[in-house]
Write a protein that binds this ligand. Structure first.
Ligand code: PA5
Length: 448
């Protein structure tokens, strides 16, 4: 089993005939996607990426990762949105939970931190303090090469590197991932002769985890990127199957059926903290792809059992506008045994001899049943293990489901016009050349 999908716990909310009646819409969406006939069809490079990628660049990524591992105690990844969430998700999912706190010998890779994901001076200052006088390298990632958050962070770390190692030395420690021809970052990287990697033209930011955008940081974290690609390549083949054997299309269909019944929110649920950033990646993938033209399912996420003690109340008993998709990891990496206690003062001996994972899975089963009884359909995804292979497989599963689902919804899943609006206002308010008139109007509005 590579990934299992079940909607048994949503059947109470879906009549038997609905899925078969929905089939023509799925088939049309798949046709749009595979024949590249739908909106946004110039951004479909991710579909055959697990097979059709630049092998020379892939080898260079591995070589650079080895260099980073050998000459850096700290590696700072600078990027935002699609330019960081994929690698962050993979690194958090596949590394030791407290990797940055382990000794270098145990970790076998540098401490990894992300920057350019916000505009906080406090965050930057604290990160600089954490790096201290240790050796570090950076990877600046921006497809457009002009995004404010990473550009500001890059300016900071480039200057730090140049002060520490001189211009020549800094050049050896700056890795740049950007468009092959356009943008300020490309121009700067060419002039400074940085080791440069390419974000393919036909792959939008949130679909770039399997390009250099995701792969260099993931490889620098000591994760096997061959295995990641192998998982995605198997998914690519498996998810070309007809609907009845294709869990990717089934997931896309079921979420849309539920959406049309007023379930406007999908909550991705996990029971393992290591999945937290997979959920963040997933939220960007679906939110930025589907939230358009005043339509779309709102993607949310919770970490259980933590959030059962907060949002759990709303999910059980609040407005009935949501469904859940629960990811569970079948085989835990660690079998943590609960010991017998002779005094049993805490009254927990009824679980003595069981593992934490056993208890966790019972919490999951109990919650699924409670939530469906409370009117929340539950979809289940079972991932056999937390390995690069299975993560690659799941990444591709969600990417293709997102493309199909977006076309079912009747939007262009591959653009993000809404992301531009805040940027325009921010530039105008900051006085960026070319935005002067707009800046005055906005300043007036803020005075009122
Ligand atoms: O998915 C997207 O396109 C966005 O989230 C981008 O990844 C994000 O805005 C960062 O853009 P860029 O890589 O151009 O700096």
């Amino acid at each position: 089993m590579k990934l299992e999908f079940s909607y048994d716990f949503a059947k109470k909310f879906i009549n038997d005939h609905e899925l078969s009646e929905f089939l023509p819409q799925v088939e049309t969406a798949v046709k749009y996607l595979e024949e590249k006939k739908g909106a946004g069809n110039d951004y479909l490079g991710w579909i055959d990426l697990p097979e059709n990628y630049d092998k020379e660049e892939f080898a260079r990524i591995k070589k650079s990762a080895e260099k980073i591992k050998s000459d850096s105690e700290v590696f700072v990844v600078i990027g935002i949105g699609g330019s960081y969430l994929g690698s962050k998700a993979a690194i958090e999912f596949l590394s030791h939970t407290f990797a940055n706190k382990l000794s270098k010998e145990k970790r076998k890779s540098p401490e990894i931190y992300f920057a350019g994901t916000n505009i906080s001076g406090v965050y930057l200052q604290h990160l600089i303090e954490v790096i201290g006088d240790r050796d570090f390298s950076i990877n600046v990632i921006s497809k457009s090469g002009t995004t404010t958050e990473p550009a500001l962070a890059f300016r900071v770390f480039k200057n730090l590197l140049e002060k520490k190692y001189g211009k020549e030395g800094a050049r050896e420690r700056i890795y740049s991932t950007t468009d092959k021809a356009r943008g300020a970052l490309k121009k700067l990287s060419d002039e400074e002769k940085y080791e440069t990697f390419v974000v393919p033209d036909d792959v939008g930011g949130r679909f770039t985890v399997l390009t250099a955008v995701g792969l260099l940081p993931i490889a620098a974290a000591g994760i096997d990127i061959d295995e990641l690609m192998r998982g995605a390549a198997d998914a690519m083949v498996d998810f070309r199957a007809p609907f009845e054997n294709n869990i990717c299309y089934q997931y896309a269909a079921i979420r849309n059926i539920l959406h049309r019944k007023g379930k406007d929110i999908e909550i991705l649920v996990n029971y393992e903290p290591r999945l937290h950033f997979v959920s963040e990646w997933w939220k960007q993938l679906f939110g930025e792809s589907e939230g358009k033209d005043q339509k779309g399912i709102f993607p949310a996420s919770v970490d259980f059992s933590t959030d059962l003690h907060s949002l759990g109340q709303y999910i059980q008993d609040g407005k009935r506008t949501m469904f859940e998709t629960v990811i569970s990891i079948e085989k835990p990496e660690v079998e943590f045994l609960i010991e017998e206690d002779k005094d049993n003062l805490d009254g927990l001996n009824f679980v003595a001899g069981k593992t934490m994972d056993y208890v966790n899975k019972k919490a999951c089963d109990g919650t699924v049943l409670a939530h469906i009884d409370g009117g929340v359909p539950n979809l289940l995804l079972k991932l056999p293990e937390a390995t690069p292979y299975h993560l690659g497989y799941m990444f591709y599963f969600f990417e293709k489901a997102c493309g199909v689902s977006g076309y079912i919804l009747g939007i262009n899943p591959f653009n993000q016009p809404g992301v531009e609006d805040y940027k325009r206002n921010m530039f105008a308010l900051l006085g960026k050349p070319g935005y002067e008139e707009e800046g005055k109007k906005l300043a007036e509005r803020l005075k009122k």
